[in-house]
Write a protein that binds this ligand. Structure first.
Ligand SMILES: C[S@@+](CC[C@H](N)C(=O)[O-])C[C@H]1O[C@@H](n2cnc3c(N)ncnc32)[C@H](O)[C@@H]1O
Length: 261
């Protein structure tokens, strides 16, 4: 995840993908909603506005993320939101307590996705809706391929549980959902850019903060790391235009499903 300075940068990066998620929430007045791996809570707060007087629980393993989420939520005077620190894979949710589960790029980091989705299914009422955004496979994401190319041999393969592309295979992911209590799965192919802004230094700092990028740079000598950072800067510069700033192609899946009766 990005460093603290980049938390809001992340919301800007994902703006185009986010619009597809927002159109798919279909949260109704009074719905009880859980936001899985809510991070700093942009989606949690959107759900809170749509669902009031229903309430929203945002769950995340990072206290730092939740601290920021709580700050913004208080500033926006939303009183139907609660944040809980926890690993959504094993978190004790209220059984069958929710009408909708949402997650924006938060469900790819489970060490055992089948256990995690079964736990989420148990928190949902029969026919409750699941609405997720996840990255498609690495090779379908220009931003990831470009960063890998700049890092060369140092590019790291993420550990299980830390792989942003772990749900990228639609068939395998549909199979996990089917086995863990969901049906009616739909995968919408979302092809939108990721946006790294007009400030090249800020874009470089953001990309250096990615877990895989910082692990790769840490594995290099000082000189090699400096060369790799220079290549990263050149890659970002090559994708810059005055009109749109630094932009890469990206593909995500917008997944919708229902808790089986
Ligand atoms: C890419 S961020 C997305 C955050 C948020 N959904 C958003 O769109 O702004 C991934 C989030 O997943 C959280 N996370 C990773 N594994 C988790 C787990 N097992 N349970 C709960 N949260 C988790 C991280 O702390 C991080 O906030």
């Amino acid at each position: 995840m990005p460093s603290p300075i980049s938390l809001d940068f992340y919301d800007v990066e994902l703006r185009a993908h986010h619009e597809h998620l927002r159109a798919a929430y279909r949260i109704g007045r009074g719905d009880e909603v859980v936001d899985i791996a809510c991070g700093t809570g942009l989606t949690t707060r959107e759900a809170a506005r749509a669902g009031a007087p229903g309430s929203v629980v945002g769950v995340d393993v990072s206290e730092r993320m939740l601290e920021r989420a709580r700050q913004v939520t208080a500033a926006e005077r939303l009183d139907n939101v609660r944040y809980e620190l926890g690993d959504a894979q094993v978190h004790r949710f209220d059984p069958a307590g929710f009408d909708v589960a949402i997650s924006r790029f938060g469900t790819m980091f489970f060490s055992d996705p089948a256990v995690a989705f079964a736990n989420i299914a148990a928190a949902l009422r029969p026919e409750a809706r699941l609405v997720l955004l996840v990255w498609q496979r690495r090779e379908h994401n220009e931003w990831a391929r470009a960063i890998d190319a700049a890092l060369g041999n140092a590019a790291q393969r993420p550990e299980p549980g830390a792989d942003p592309f772990s749900l990228g295979d639609a068939e395998a992911t549909a199979d996990i959902l089917e086995r863990t209590g969901f049906d009616g799965m739909r995968f919408e192919d979302v092809r939108e850019p990721v946006l790294y802004g007009h400030d090249l230094d800020a874009a470089l700092a953001f990309v250096r903060g990615f877990q895989d990028t910082s692990a790769a740079l840490a594995s290099l000598s000082d000189g090699e790391a400096a060369d790799a950072v220079e290549r990263l800067r050149e890659t970002l510069a090559a994708h810059y235009s005055d009109e749109r700033g630094v932009v890469f192609d990206a593909r995500s899946w917008l997944i919708t499903a229902r808790r089986r009766r």
